[in-house]
Design a protein around this ligand. Structure first.
Ligand code: GDP
Ligand code: IMO
Ligand code: MG
Length: 433
């Protein structure tokens, strides 16, 4: 019996969907604990591609239980569409296979309107480049104590009252401040009555269920969304998302005690990407950046935007080791680096003649740091067919070894392609020492 947290170490899109899918084989429960449908987690199984935005990436295994914890924010229309799409592919999502926390907040149509109106109103250079899914405004309402929870769908008069209170304030903002279209109470109320009818059987107490599962010896896998540098507290603020993305939030965001976590796996893409605005010290603006973007298929799984690409950033990795207490690494997209004569990894930053070993908190400093690079020899061979680490080119093994030495954390998984099969599991985090 073990509980394992998997999180992104960089700016998201490290391959969490794929790694969670691999580890689900050994888990009984798979739990999302923060973020919403700003996430886009891709799985490729026997050449078939699935992208999940809100349903945990364990859903393809029919006998497992997926949970959406209280820390997640849910757009019910998106959730139901995702469930319908799975149904069309022959996979049933039932109250036995999915539980939604009654304490998870709902993303309402006015959150999306406000997210988009706010971004549009920001000047160039100030825009965050959000996914436009209503994430910031929904978390604002949660913290502001005016949010609407999934559990409120079970109490019509409470839901109606909460909606009325909100509509008045949101339409004032939309019309007066953003010169934007108001939302309709009647339309939202009617739509949400339909959502309530369909979702009611899925809503429950995730914390109680996880406690029961743990006590009965079940393996629990927590699936992070976004990445460490997008964390609201520890990331490159304000160019971050509106939730805590680090491993500690697996507990807050699901109602699970921290003493019961056994392992924390950080997913590290073999190079770095970022989608949206904000500092990115190792970003490449040359042909190598374009090549990584093309070879890595680096387009956002949620918005389709091109991802910015750059070299591996050891400072970012070291931040992730510290902030998440990583006990293992999953190194992804190593195959994309094949063919590069030289690889670079930032080991420190330089700013005004000083060396820095952590991302500065000041956003202007974060944008101004210059990476200090270490160079490593690349390899030319295609490695996508390799399934034994000893068969990797020596230079690829040296690259992995250097990352392990630099971070002080061992690589437990190596991914050499998008497919479930294109993976080397060196050590199973569910097996206790
Ligand atoms: P997530 O948000 O962390 O789940 O990652 P995304 O799904 O947004 O982006 C990762 C992309 O890389 C997806 O298209 C995956 O199918 C793909 N991918 C994952 N691991 C590998 C790998 O090892 N090699 C290659 N070439 N692609 C990978
Ligand atoms: P996964 O789980 C990459 C980025 C957005 C934007 C910032 C704020 O697939 O790794 P938001 O809509 O959250 O208010 O946007 O965060 N962002 C992501 N970038 N992967 C994600 O999720 C992201 N979720 C949000 O691009 O810069
Ligand atoms: Mg993604």
């Amino acid at each position: 019996m073990a509980s394992v947290v998997v999180i992104g170490t960089q700016w998201g899109d490290e391959g969490k969907g794929k790694i969670v899918d691999i580890l689900t084989r050994y888990a009984d429960y798979i739990v999302r604990f923060q973020g919403g449908n700003n996430a886009g987690h891709t799985l490729v199984v026997e050449g078939k591609k699935f992208v999940f935005h809100i349903i945990p990436s364990g859903i393809l295994y029919e006998e497992k239980v997926c949970m959406i914890g209280n820390g997640v924010i849910i757009d019910p229309a998106v959730l139901l569409t995702e469930m319908d799409e799975l149904h069309d592919k022959g996979l049933q999502v039932t109250p036995r296979s999915l539980m939604i926390s009654e304490n998870a907040h709902l993303i309402m149509p006015y959150h999306q309107s406000l997210d988009q109106a706010k971004e549009a109103a920001l000047a160039t250079g100030k825009k965050i480049g959000t996914t436009g899914r209503g994430i910031g405004p929904c978390y604002m309402d949660k913290v502001g104590r005016i949010g609407i929870k999934a559990g409120d769908l079970l109490d019509d008069s409470l839901f109606r009252e909460r909606l009325q209170e909100n509509i008045e304030e949101k339409n004032f903002l939309l019309i007066k401040k953003y010169n934007s279209e108001p939302v309709s109470f009647d339309k939202i109320y009617a739509d949400f009555q339909g959502f309530a009818e369909r979702l009611t059987p899925f809503i429950g107490n995730v914390s109680v269920e996880l406690d029961r599962a743990r006590k009965s010896g079940q393996n629990i896998l927590f699936e992070g969304a976004q990445g460490t540098q997008l964390d609201i507290d520890h990331g490159t603020y304000p160019f971050v998302t509106s939730s805590n993305t680090i491993a500690g939030n697996a507990c807050n965001g699901s109602g699970f005690g921290p003493a019961h976590i056994d392992a924390v796996i950080g997913i590290l893409k073999a190079y770095t990407t970022r989608v949206g605005e904000g500092p990115f010290p190792t970003e490449l603006f040359d042909g190598i950046g374009d090549e990584l973007q093309r070879k890595g298929g680096e387009f956002g799984a949620t918005t389709g935007r091109k991802r910015r690409c750059g070299w591996l950033d050891g400072v970012v990795a070291a931040d992730a080791v510290r902030l998440n207490g990583l006990t293992g690494l999953a190194l992804t997209k190593l195959d994309v680096l094949s063919g590069q004569p030289v690889l670079k990894m930032a080991t420190e930053y330089q700013l005004n003649g000083q060396r820095l070993s952590a991302m500065p908190s000041n956003i202007r400093q974060a944008a101004a740091v210059e990476p200090v690079y270490e160079e490593l020899a690349g390899w030319q061979e295609d490695i996508t067919g390799i399934r034994d680490i000893n068969d990797l080119p020596v230079k690829a093994r040296d690259y992995i070894k250097r990352i392990e030495d630099y971070t002080g954390v061992e690589a437990m998984l190596i991914s050499v392609g998008p497919d479930r099969e294109e993976t080397m599991l060196l050590k199973n985090p569910f097996e206790k020492k």
